[in-house]
Ligand binder design. Structure first.
Ligand SMILES: Cc1cc2nc3c(=O)[nH]c(=O)nc-3n(C[C@H](O)[C@H](O)[C@H](O)COP(=O)(O)OP(=O)(O)OC[C@H]3O[C@@H](n4cnc5c(N)ncnc54)[C@H](O)[C@@H]3O)c2cc1C
Length: 648
């Protein structure tokens, strides 16, 4: 393998930019429906709008074939209660899932009603969703008739949460399992989605970053009528004119950490996720919510070994754990997780910790693959880890090194990973665009799907909400008349976009990103006070006033990174402004105000909203469950929808 270092040594100089440079040149595209972000939600949105016979463009910062968090794969198709093996009704399951405070009942109801239809459509496009070749015949959870493989990540019919007795082993007998999660071969999905987009005539613009939204007459808060973009290879300026626009760029990322060395540092999401869509909508005047809710990164970041890096985590949560001397731990129960959780119930965890302190269990722990029946360990190692996503790297590396699941154990990092640091914080499954039952944002003509929305969920949620948003945006686009563009708005965005290439020295994107992350680590971390938050806000404003005007970029790729930084900066400011507005602490929002220590007092049990009006920050509020009766609302908004769902 030739490294960058080898290349420079051999060639004596860096390679010249391999694409023609077209800074400032314009390309104009006119479509009915514009989708920005070609990840899971975006591809599904484009496909569903194109199936309505409309002219659709899909804009993607990377290459649609593998871009986004779901690009490499997915092994769990979650919350599919309409599947034939499910023992819970979609509406009951949706109600249960949306019962968690600050969740998004609209997205969850759509997911529970439509993600099984979405999965079947995925199969028609060529995605693999069943064990048709009987490779795992006899594995627990496999249904011989449908050949679906139910995941160990299920709960009981009654509850998804750990047992209320907290800690008593509560292995669920098969007849009590809810069967809502299906194991899938998700590495086949993204190529199938891109293929289907092409087959339907969707115009795909790979390597184009959406930068700003266009509004009628250029007015903030007015109807959204298109967007601008930057080709990150040629530097060309793209102007998209559309009747309806769907944002699906996922949310904010990399706000607390800048690292070039640590692979996968971004978080549970793709590195391309830098808040672009949220900031585009924010500047256009759209309402956001839950922006103060942040959490700890739960996935391997290179900084720590958390999920996916050791036995007993996420996709291999069913591997029996033993201590350094081979003594079996009380987790997972009988090789299947207790009550569907991915982590031990709090009581079980406490017992293990106590055992460690007393010397009953010796660290480190190991995943005991050899003790599992052959089919179970193959299903876990080959199917789950092979299909999950970047976890394929783990199995490929281990397999190459001679690891043998029938003989070898795999170290678990549970209990030796240490405490959480501020740079492990993330926007988590928190803030985003406020949407209604059409997945329309507060702006006419602008829709959102997947992680772009507030309180998003997972892959099948992104897929089904994308598919839904495409349908709704298409219906709107069909009815709406011509739009009034503002050349002035386009010129202003063009000036903003190209400012860094007008300079050849100053601050580079990495330095700016590091500065933003440092501010977030110091002032917007675990403990918050009015004065810490204001110090953070002032520090960000200082960066904005003093460093951003000196930002320079030598090629289109660095220009994209520079623009991402400016979006991260704005995103960070919104988090602080939303945090200042919430004058109480909250457990579900992972929000600790030292100056307002009361935890979740009833008067603060509400969503806070935030938007720009005449370029001034305006906050508002919405009650919990503002979406109303989920079943009734869904049905009222989807009278014509036909899917396989029937009430159970
Ligand atoms: C390692 C890993 C494993 C996972 N495993 C599972 C699993 O097994 N089951 C499950 O349910 N979920 C899983 N997830 C989560 C799942 O992948 C996400 O929930 C899902 O991909 C979200 O879809 P999305 O469309 O909202 O975002 P993404 O799929 O991330 O798509 C966002 C897209 O927008 C593009 N983009 C960003 N900014 C711009 C811009 N300015 N212009 C144009 N394009 C832009 C990005 O390049 C990206 O392609 C996993 C995630 C990770 C990281």
């Amino acid at each position: 393998m030739t490294t960058w270092h080898d290349y420079l040594r051999e060639e004596g100089q860096p390679p010249s930019w391999p694409y023609p440079i077209r800074f400032g040149e314009e390309q104009e595209i006119d479509v009915d429906v514009l989708v920005i972000g070609g990840g899971i939600a975006g591809c599904w949105a484009a496909i569903s709008a194109a199936r309505q016979g409309l002219k659709v463009a899909l804009v993607e910062k990377g290459d649609t074939v593998r871009s986004g968090a779901g690009g490499p794969g997915c092994d769990h198709w979650c919350d599919a209660p309409a599947n034939p093996l499910s023992r819970v009704s979609p509406d009951d399951w949706a109600k249960h899932m949306a019962g968690r405070p600050y969740s998004n009942g609209i997205g969850i109801q759509i997911q529970c009603r439509e993600d099984y239809d979405t999965l079947l459509e995925m199969e028609q496009m060529g995605g693999k969703i069943r064990d048709a070749e009987n490779e795992y015949a006899g594995a627990e959870g496999r249904d011989d008739k449908t050949k679906f493989m139910i995941s160990p990540r299920y709960g009981t019919i009654h509850s998804y949460l750990p047992d209320p007795k907290m800690g008593e082993p509560n292995f669920n007998p098969p007849e009590k399992r809810n069967n809502v999660v299906i194991r899938v071969w998700g590495s086949t999905f993204k190529p199938a989605l891109k293929r289907e987009c092409k087959r339907l005539g969707v115009q795909i613009f790979d390597r184009v970053m959406g930068t700003g939204l266009l509004t009628e007459h250029g007015v903030q808060g007015a109807r959204v009528i298109g967007a601008t973009g930057l080709n990150n290879r040629t530097g060309e300026f793209m102007i998209f004119k559309s009747k309806a626009t769907i944002l699906s760029t996922a949310g904010g990322g990399s706000l607390w950490l800048m690292s070039m060395e640590l692979g996968g540092y971004s978080n549970m999401h793709s590195r391309t996720m830098s808040g672009d869509g949220t900031i585009m909508a924010w500047k256009a005047g759209a309402e956001l919510t839950k922006m103060e809710g942040t959490g700890m990164i739960m996935i391997a970041t290179g900084l720590k070994h958390k999920w996916y890096s050791g036995a007993g985590d996420a996709s291999y949560e069913n591997v029996p754990l033993v201590d350094a001397k081979g003594k079996r731990l009380p987790y997972p129960i009988q090789g299947w997780v207790d009550a569907g959780a991915m982590v031990p119930a709090p009581g079980v965890e406490a017992k293990i910790r106590e055992g460690i302190m007393k010397g009953e269990y010796e660290l480190p722990f190991y995943g005991d693959f050899p003790s599992m029946p052959d089919v179970e360990r193959r299903a876990t190692w080959n199917l789950m880890l092979g299909e999950e996503s970047t976890t394929r790297i783990i199995i490929d590396t281990f397999n190459k090194a001679g690891f043998d699941i029938s003989r070898d154990m795999l170290q678990s990092y549970k209990f030796i990973e240490g405490q959480s640091l501020p740079q492990w914080r993330d926007v988590g499954y928190g803030g985003g665009l406020l949407v209604d039952w059409n997945l329309r944002t507060s702006l006419e003509g602008l829709y959102a799907a997947g992680t772009q929305m507030f309180a998003p969920e997972d892959h099948s949620h992104a897929a089904s909400t994308g598919r839904y948003a495409g349908r709704k945006a298409a219906a709107y686009a069909r009815e709406i008349g011509p739009s009034k563009f503002s050349r002035d708005q386009i010129e202003k965005e063009k000036a903003r976009v190209y400012a860094p290439v007008k300079r050849s020295s100053g601050v580079e994107w990495k330095e700016l990103h590091a500065g933003i992350a440092r501010v977030m680590q110091y002032y917007v971390s675990e403990f918050k006070t009015e004065s810490l938050l204001n110090t953070g806000l002032n520090a960000l404003k200082k960066i904005e006033q003093e460093s951003v005007p000196t930002l320079f970029a030598l090629d289109p790729h660095k220009l994209m990174r520079s623009l991402e930084d400016t979006h991260m900066l704005e995103y960070a400011k919104i988090i602080i402004q939303a945090s200042l507005a919430r004058k109480a602490s909250s457990m579900p929002l992972n929000f600790q105000r030292i100056d307002y220590p009361a935890i979740d007092p009833p008067e603060w049990n509400k969503f806070l909203t935030i938007k720009l009006e005449n370029n001034k920050v305006k906050t508002g509020e919405r009650p919990q469950e503002f979406w109303g009766d989920m079943k009734q609302q869904y049905e009222a908004h989807n009278k014509d929808y036909t899917g396989v769902y029937k009430a159970k």
